[in-house]
Design a protein around this ligand. Structure first.
Ligand SMILES: [Zn+2]
Length: 163
């Protein structure tokens, strides 16, 4: 959880204000009354199909055996579709095409909302700075993890097995 101690508008120390039954850091200064809502941030995620396999990546900051989808924040003014294409380019140097949306998933542990897309990609994999490892896994061998982007992986696999 982000800790904000001072008002982002006037610099006064924040106190706690109860609004609709929840406590928020809020500015006590009259005519400012800034509230730090700490709203969840949207992130985009890409389930990438590449040469018949699904690409899973491990961030440098993740535990050794954990692989996930490519994810990233949206830039100001950017559409989610463009953001997901940009992230795939930045992190894997692949040219992605959005094939469809998988779904939108709350990720309260990270205070995020995941917008997950199914994309196809072409080119040659070249890892960006954030990644430690990439692996290509046959779709039928992908095992979804029970949090975050794992829900999108599960929904994609379920849909796929019904076709
Ligand atoms: Zn203030």
């Amino acid at each position: 959880m982000a800790q904000v101690k001072y008002c982002l508008h006037c610099g006064h120390e924040l106190s706690t204000r109860n609004i609709n039954g929840r406590d928020y850091p809020a500015c006590p200064v009259q005519n400012c009354e800034y509230v730090f809502w700490d709203n969840p941030l949207p992130i985009v995620a890409a389930l990438i199909e590449y040469q018949g396999n699904v690409l899973l990546a491990r961030n440098k900051s993740w535990p050794p055996k954990f692989f996930g989808l490519i994810t990233g924040f949206l830039e100001k003014g950017e559409s989610p579709e463009n953001a997901v294409i940009r992230e795939v380019k930045e992190e894997l140097d692949l040219n992605a095409k959005v094939e469809g949306m998988i779904g939108v998933y709350p990720f309260p542990e990270q205070n995020q909302v995941i917008i997950a897309y199914y994309v196809s990609a072409e080119g040659e994999v070249k890892m960006g700075e954030e990644l430690a490892e990439v692996k290509a896994v046959a779709p039928e061998k992908v095992r979804p993890w029970p949090f975050g982007t794992g829900h999108a992986v599960k929904d994609w696999l379920d849909k796929r097995s019904h076709h």
